[in-house]
Design a protein around this ligand. Structure first.
Ligand SMILES: NC(=O)c1ccc[n+]([C@@H]2O[C@H](COP(=O)([O-])OP(=O)(O)OC[C@H]3O[C@@H](n4cnc5c(N)ncnc54)[C@H](O)[C@@H]3O)[C@@H](O)[C@H]2O)c1
Length: 251
């Protein structure tokens, strides 16, 4: 049974649910949880297939989803991850920043490439040795809760600190830190009123070459901190995780 639980019915939870409705994800049953139950009920009402809304994580776990997607917050990862893993449920984590502190390793935890790509290449290079990763993120001030009228460098430093200071908007820094080693990743954040998209430019120097990656992502209309690509990367990973689950549970 391809049963999916989603924790968090905001921008990403909604895009994933709509992908299930459009059969982009093959899913037999969807269970929704949001600590703001009205958001879960509102999302359920907008969907044209049968959906169960639950009041807490315990109720979701009782329904035995094959995969749970966390699309809520770093705190949700801290609060729920252990219980989900204890039940042997596959867990897709969107709020990747939380994993930097938790130091948990489990083959049940799946991390999407999020708002960037090329993570496979960086991961390959890190086996040989990555010298340096420089992430420069430029966003419109409203995506950073700022109101500057001129371009402004708002942060320069480590990935860990960037994730702490911008817990909702710097998951890319966390993904890079988990892929290469955290101490190799340097982060610059620019608040620029001329920028309409969330732009991530990544320069990598590694043992056998250089890489230059650039992503200019449309922000989600209801949450400018979140890039559309992040939700679609979760959808791709959800399909892969459900396929793997179906293969292993039928053998
Ligand atoms: N990995 C990436 O590249 C990437 C990219 C964008 C966003 N994100 C992260 O994904 C998460 C979701 O993003 P979004 O844009 O959908 O956010 P959102 O604010 O639009 O929606 C989050 C929803 O989760 C609910 N929620 C928050 N904490 C909760 C908790 N502890 N228990 C239950 N429900 C809870 C909120 O009520 C809200 O409805 C955020 O943490 C965000 O930082 C990751």
């Amino acid at each position: 049974m391809r049963k999916v639980g989603i924790i968090g019915c905001g921008a990403i939870g909604t895009v994933i649910s709509r992908a299930i409705e459009r059969r982009i994800v093959e899913c037999d049953e969807l269970v929704l949880y949001d600590y703001n139950i009205e958001k879960a009920e509102k999302l359920k009402k907008s969907l044209h297939f049968s959906v169960t809304v639950v009041k807490n994580l315990g109720e979701m776990i009782k329904l035995e989803p094959a995969v749970i997607v966390e699309a809520a917050s770093q705190q949700a990862v801290r609060d729920y991850m252990d219980r989900i893993l204890a039940e042997n449920i596959e867990l897709i984590v969107m709020s990747v920043g939380a994993l930097l502190d938790l130091n948990i390793k489990s083959n049940k935890i799946h991390i999407p490439s999020g708002a960037i790509g090329g993570v496979d290449a960086i991961s390959s290079a890190s086996l040989a040795g990555v010298d340096q990763v420089i992430l420069t993120t430029s966003k419109n001030p409203r995506a950073l809760d700022m109101d500057n009228r001129e371009e402004k460098l708002v942060y320069e430093g480590t990935a860990e600190e960037a994730v702490r200071l911008f817990p909702r908007g710097m998951n890319v820094a966390a993904t890079l830190a988990l892929t290469a080693q955290p101490e190799k990743v340097k982060v610059k954040i620019i608040s620029d009123p001329k920028v309409d998209r969330n732009v991530h430019e990544i320069k990598i120097k590694w043992k056998h070459g250089d890489m230059l990656l650039k992503f200019s992502n449309d922000p989600h209309p209801e949450n400018p901190k979140t890039s559309a690509l992040a939700a679609w990367s979760a959808i791709k990973l959800l399909n892969e995780t459900l396929d793997r689950y179906a293969r292993t549970s039928s053998t």
